[in-house]
Design a protein around this ligand. Structure first.
Ligand code: FAD
Ligand code: DLZ
Ligand code: SF4
Length: 506
């Protein structure tokens, strides 16, 4: 009996559980570019091109390895994954599909309801299974990442001396998070010139998705495992040593800083998270990188990445609709590139449009912070992040946006809302120096909007946050201001929001 083996666009890994369970000699691998996946949100064209090119190359690799692959190009078959499976089941007389569980409830449900029988196997490219995460979370009052991370260190043995963490500490963040340096000596991610396969896909994406937000060209992403590994080795050597130190810094003319830009490759399956961590651990063991860089990076992958996924699957399909702070403002046009005088916002959004990339602090403390302060509907914020980043899939994007960034899950992920006035951005970046607003002005003409909106947010959510032990004390500062000053701040913040809602340049 023939089985079909479904390989989705973000499952491009030879070690995929569905491939492991299948028989190379009798089973048929099914891969498909389908309109439903390419348009359930209007993805950035670079993301679609990256996935389609990587899918085509992965299919070629599977064939070279002896698999039979049924590959459907966009527009040449059904619009949905289930439709493609139904056609293939009939064509090959198969009555079962082996699949690895998709990273989205939407697609998990679609496969469950597909008329063909689909066996969904665990995605064991992750370090923690759903059961393990559940076991860890069970009975805890607060699900703090740091404790989960320690479990993952023990499980993987990464940077461990027996039962104790290498160097004696679990976390070296006191050496990280420095403000931006004068200049940086890393030229950024490795760039790959499009080959024939990539060029063909670029032309297809230009025709079909050319009107979506985002620049398709220049296209420089790796699109196969070999290239992704080259990129990783380059970054480990040149970027990793300063990764930790400047992890939170932002610079006006440095889009990538010392970040790894491996998220899109790991999430699509071109790199395995453990191989990435092992490369980093080895660089540290060889004495090439400091412990704060290696530990800080490994924590992002085996800590944050795994924890975030655990939350997505634990919280269920309704998570993306949560709105714990009742925010209802529409996402303003500046997120789609409309002019804004806020330098930090315009630079973060401009690079998002051109590169389908912004680093963590730009996502959290610039675009995310602004959306939260301005009270934008978290579902619209979620859709924006899902659309614009090349590494975005719901399992990882939604908890970061709904939970960490917008505090819309009521505090499952974050113990306090990630909000700040302009002061944080000023400390951690050089944006403010070339901004039309003044970060030191709290009110009046030219006052930084983050300064105004910060108090507007704190004031309107006083009931929720006054007793929060991490942020509640801030109300003391607010209460010490005289009433006239408070009134000025709130009315100027409201005037700013009104101008923004009216579509004026702010
Ligand atoms: P680096 O800064 O070099 O970090 C290394 C790796 O650690 C990342 O590639 C990623 O695999 C992992 N990592 C670090 N932080 C996180 C985190 N919070 N959650 C999950 N993995 C993490 N990450 C995504 O992969 N997809 C998303 O759609 C996404 N959306 C985000 C939205 C918001 C509002 C925020 C605050 C964060 C989001 N993140 C997302 C997490 C993080 O910002 C990105 O993983 C990171 O910026 C990717 O760039 P990089 O590969 O250069 O990562
Ligand atoms: C994101 C994406 C896109 C743009 N296109 C496809 C596609 O045509 N075929 C496919 O198999 N997968 C695609 N994907 C990835 C899926 O959307 C992804 O598997 C789910 O969102 C679950 O993470
Ligand atoms: Fe952003 Fe305010 Fe600084 Fe301008 S002054 S860059 S708006 S933080």
């Amino acid at each position: 009996m023939v089985d079909l083996v479904l390989v989705l666009g973000d499952q491009l890994s030879p070690e995929l559980s569905a491939l492991q369970k299948a028989s190379k000699s009798t089973d048929i691998v099914v891969m498909a570019e389908v309109a439903d996946e390419a348009s359930y949100v209007a993805h950035h064209p670079k993301k679609i091109a990256f996935l389609f090119a990587s899918m085509r190359k992965f299919a070629a690799q599977l064939r070279a390895d002896g698999w039979t692959v049924d590959y459907t190009r966009l527009g040449e078959g059904s619009d949905s994954i289930c439709g493609v499976l139904m056609r293939a089941a009939e064509e090959y007389d198969a009555n079962r599909v082996l699949a690895t569980e998709p990273g989205e409830w939407r697609l998990i449900e679609a496969l469950r309801h597909c008329p063909v029988t689909v066996e969904q196997l665990p995605d064991d490219r992750f370090i923690a299974s759903h059961k393990e995460f559940e076991g860890w979370a069970e009975g805890r009052k607060a699900l703090r990442m740091e404790y989960f991370y320690r479990e993952m260190r023990r499980k993987t043995g990464l940077m461990m001396d027996g039962d104790t963490p290498a160097g004696g500490q679990w976390n070296y963040d006191e050496d990280n998070r420095k403000p931006p340096p004068e200049g940086i000596d890393f030229a950024g991610p490795m760039r790959f010139t499009p080959d024939e396969t990539v060029e063909e896909v670029l032309q297809l994406v230009e025709r079909r998705f050319g009107n979506s937000f985002g620049d398709l060209r220049p296209f420089w992403f790796a699109t196969d495992r070999g290239q992704a590994r080259q990129h990783l080795a380059h970054w480990v050597k040149k970027g990793l040593p300063d990764f930790g130190t400047y992890q939170d810094a932002m610079m006006d003319d440095e889009r990538f800083m010392y970040h790894s830009i491996v998220g899109l490759y790991i999430n699509a399956g071109l790199l395995n998270p453990m191989e990435v961590c092992e490369a980093v651990e080895k660089a540290w063991q060889d004495g090439d990188v400091p412990i704060n860089a290696a530990e800080g990076f490994i924590r992002q992958i085996i800590g944050w990445r795994e924890y975030i996924r655990g939350i997505y699957f634990r919280e269920g399909p309704d998570y993306i609709h949560r709105n714990g702070l009742d925010h209802t403002r529409d996402l303003p046009g500046l997120y789609w590139g409309d002019a804004t005088d806020m330098r930090c916002m315009s630079r973060a959004i401009e690079q998002t449009k051109e590169e389908a990339y912004a680093h963590h602090i730009q996502r959290l403390m610039v675009t995310g912070n602004f959306a939260l302060l301005a009270g934008i509907d978290p579902f619209q914020v979620h859709e924006w992040y899902l659309r614009v980043y090349a590494d975005a899939y719901e399992w990882v994007e939604a908890p970061n946006v709904i939970g960490m960034s917008q505090f819309a899950d009521g505090g499952i992920i974050a113990s306090k809302p990630y909000v700040s006035s302009g002061n944080y951005i000023h400390k951690m970046s050089d944006y403010c120096g070339s901004c039309a607003y003044s970060v030191t002005k709290k009110t009046g003409k030219g006052a930084c909007p983050f300064n105004l909106l910060y108090w507007h947010f704190m004031d309107r959510h006083r009931e929720k946050f006054a007793s929060n032990n991490r942020i509640g004390r801030i109300y003391g500062t607010w209460d010490r201001m005289d009433d006239a000053k408070k009134e000025t701040i709130l009315s100027e913040a409201q005037a700013f929001l009104d101008r923004m809602d009216a579509g004026e340049t702010v």
